[in-house]
Design a protein around this ligand. Structure first.
Ligand code: 13P
Length: 290
């Protein structure tokens, strides 16, 4: 069932596990993720950026796609439809389009004061409709959706000021970056994570850039208060690899192997398999309490 993300992340915070938040704007990709969630009885967050929504025409197309899949596939675990890295304007478009959860990423605003003021307005508007809110302090490095940023360490005092606005969960920079980590990456800053957690109390924290972080670091981050882990590139890579194998093996040239349903099936299955592995790593399996 489609819900906001507040209760599932509060439960994760108490239970010391994390809910996977997987980006998608597409039928095969979303179906693959939902199949994994239902099979493992795990709560899940499906999320979409502005650029991904535009590829598919509009936020409403993506929101309706996920809503209809949840109904038609008889998904019993909680699923949140979340805006990832939304601008202030995008947040209001997604509230209209039927998203159950939004992220306002104010980390790119000119000043922290602007981030603070706009986050406050977003919380008011979203909460009036029962929609959960993720905020961000400290830009996440790397490139996503055409936006490139240098990774930052979030300031715990700023995290506390944003937490006090009543946001439901908070993304904080702790040396994480979007996309593939470079060989000379120094790893997550657990000192920073501990300082942030001490400042914000039981507020669920979000780790962006989940692709390629070693499992021991993922699990340590969860033990220190990370309750939502965003993964995008990882599922794109397994989809591409499976599709490439199908074509390189000449399967599209056998019988009606060129049928897009057949051509995309290996990729979808690879997404389901990898999502299941990640849900096991994050500890969310069997937690779909709906
Ligand atoms: P990756 O593409 O590195 O998995 O990051 C995903 C993410 O953080 C989405 O906001």
């Amino acid at each position: 069932m489609l819900v906001n993300a507040t209760a599932m992340l509060k439960a994760a915070e108490k239970g010391h596990y994390a809910v996977g938040a997987f980006n998608t704007n597409n039928l095969e990709w979303a179906t693959g993720i939902l199949m994994a969630a239902e099979e493992l009885q795990s709560p899940v967050i499906i999320q979409c950026t502005a650029g991904a929504a535009k590829w598919q025409t509009s936020y409403k197309v993506v929101a309706d796609l996920v809503k209809n899949l949840v109904e038609d596939m008889n998904i019993t675990v909680p699923v949140a439809m979340h805006l990832d890295h939304g601008s202030y304007d995008d947040v209001f478009k997604c509230i209209e389009a039927g998203f159950t959860s939004v992220m306002y990423d104010g980390s790119h605003e000119e000043s922290f004061e602007i981030n603070l003021k706009r986050t406050e307005e977003v919380v008011k508007a979203a909460h009036a409709k029962g929609i959960s809110v993720e905020a961000e302090v400290g830009g996440i490095g790397g490139t996503e959706d055409g936006v490139t940023a240098k990774g930052e360490l979030a300031d715990p005092a700023q995290c506390k000021a944003i937490a006090d606005l009543g946001v439901d969960f908070l993304a904080c920079g702790i040396g994480n970056i979007h996309g593939i980590y470079p060989d000379n990456w120094e790893g997550l800053s657990f000192d920073q994570l501990q300082a942030i957690k001490a400042a914000v109390g039981d507020l669920p924290l979000v780790l962006h850039g989940g692709t390629g972080i070693p499992v021991d670091q993922i699990q340590k981050a969860i033990s220190l208060g990370i309750c939502k882990i965003n993964v995008n590139t990882d599922l794109q890579l397994v989809f591409a690899e499976a599709t490439r194998k199908y074509i390189e093996a000449g399967k599209d040239q056998e019988g009606k192997g060129f049928d897009p349903r057949k051509l995309l099936k290996g990729g979808r299955d690879a997404i389901t398999a990898r999502t299941k592995e990640l849900m096991e790593e994050f500890g969310s399996t069997g937690k779909g309490w709906a």
